[in-house]
Design a protein. Structure first.
Ligand SMILES: NC(=O)c1ccc[n+]([C@@H]2O[C@H](COP(=O)([O-])OP(=O)(O)OC[C@H]3O[C@@H](n4cnc5c(N)ncnc54)[C@H](OP(=O)(O)O)[C@@H]3O)[C@@H](O)[C@H]2O)c1
Length: 235
C-alpha cells in the first residue's frame, strides 16, 4: 500500500528511529520539525543509513502534515497540545494520527520514572480532542525504546495499539509490524492508552536498575494472531 507518513518531531530519537525502520521497510517518510533545516539534516542521515534517499525527506511540521496520509506524533508531552493546535488546520481529511507521547514528568522538569496526570486520561486522548473531526487517532509505540530502533537488531517487543477506530488501529498495527521482531497487539479502546503510557515510566526504572536502555514488553498467553482478535465488547 502506498502512503506518505509524516513524523512530527521526527528529529528526536523516537521519531528518527521509527523513520529509520520504516524507510528500511519500504515506506516513504517525511521528517517534520519546527525548523526545516533540522528536518533536512535528519532526513539526510536516514537517507545515508538506508541508502534510500527517494523515500525520505525533511520539511517544516505543517507542510509535512499537509502532505501525509499518516501523521506520527513524537514530541515531548510539554509540546504536544500546543503543537497539535498549531497543526490542526494542516491535516488532510481522513488522515490517521498515531500518538506516541508519554506524559513523563521529565517533560516539565520532573522525573522520567514518574508520569503526570492528564485531564483527559492520557496524552493520546488529549491528542484526540485536538485533531479535526475526521482524523482518526491510534496510540502506539509508547513502550518502544529509541535506542533499539536506532540499530540493526530485531526489536523483540510488543506494541500495544489502542484506538476507537478500526482503520487507525489497522494502520498503526501494520506499521508496528514493519519493524522486524515487533508484534502488534489489539489493546482495545483509546482510553487504554493511559495504562500503556504509564508502563513507560516503569520501563525507565527497569532500564536504570538493570543498566540498559532497551527494556520493552512482551505479553504472554495470547494466540499468535492477537491483533486479529478484538477484545469482547464489554472490554
Ligand atoms: N526516546 C524514547 O526512547 C521514547 C520511547 C517511547 C516513547 N517516547 C515518547 O516519544 C516522544 C518523543 O520522544 P523523544 O525522546 O524523541 O523526544 P525529544 O527528543 O525530547 O523530542 C523530539 C522532537 O520534538 C520536538 N520538540 C521538542 N520540544 C517541542 C515543543 N515544545 N514543541 C514542539 N516540538 C517540540 C523537537 O524537534 P524540533 O526541534 O526539530 O521541532 C525534538 O527533536 C515523547 O513523548 C516520548 O515520551 C520516547
Amino acid at each position: 500500500m502506498s502512503r506518505l507518513i509524516a513524523i512530527v518531531g521526527g528529529t528526536g530519537p523516537e521519531g528518527s528511529g521509527l523513520a529509520l525502520r520504516w524507510v528500511r521497510a519500504g515506506e516513504t517518510v517525511i521528517i517534520g520539525s519546527r525548523n526545516p533545516q533540522r528536518a533536512l539534516r535528519t532526513a539526510a542521515q536516514i537517507a545515508e543509513k538506508t541508502g534510500a534517499p527517494d523515500r525520505v525527506r525533511g520539511e517544516e511540521n505543517a507542510s509535512a502534515v499537509a502532505a501525509a496520509d499518516v501523521v506520527v506524533l513524537t514530541v515531548p508531552f510539554s509540546g504536544q497540545a500546543g503543537l497539535l493546535k498549531q497543526l490542526k488546520s494542516a491535516f488532510k481529511p481522513g488522515a490517521v494520527l498515531i500518538d506516541t507521547t508519554v506524559p513523563l514528568a521529565a517533560a516539565v522538569g520532573g522525573r522520567a520514572t514518574r508520569t503526570l496526570s492528564v485531564w483527559q486520561g492520557s496524552a493520546a486522548e488529549q491528542a484526540a480532542e485536538l485533531v479535526p473531526k475526521g482524523v482518526a487517532v491510534a496510540a502506539a509505540f509508547q513502550n518502544l525504546s529509541a535506542v533499539l530502533l536506532d540499530s540493526e537488531a530485531r526489536v523483540e517487543c510488543d506494541v500495544i495499539v489502542c484506538s476507537d477506530d478500526d482503520r487507525a488501529r489497522q494502520v498503526a498495527s501494520e506499521l508496528a509490524e514493519k519493524i522486524p521482531g515487533v508484534r502488534a497487539l489489539h489493546g482495545g479502546r483509546l482510553e487504554n492508552a493511559r495504562i500503556v503510557e504509564q508502563l513507560t515510566a516503569l520501563l525507565v526504572t527497569l532500564n536504570r536498575k538493570h543498566g540498559v536502555h532497551g527494556a520493552g514488553i512482551r505479553v504472554t498467553g495470547l494466540p499468535n494472531q492477537a491483533m486479529r482478535q478484538p477484545p469482547r465488547e464489554e472490554d
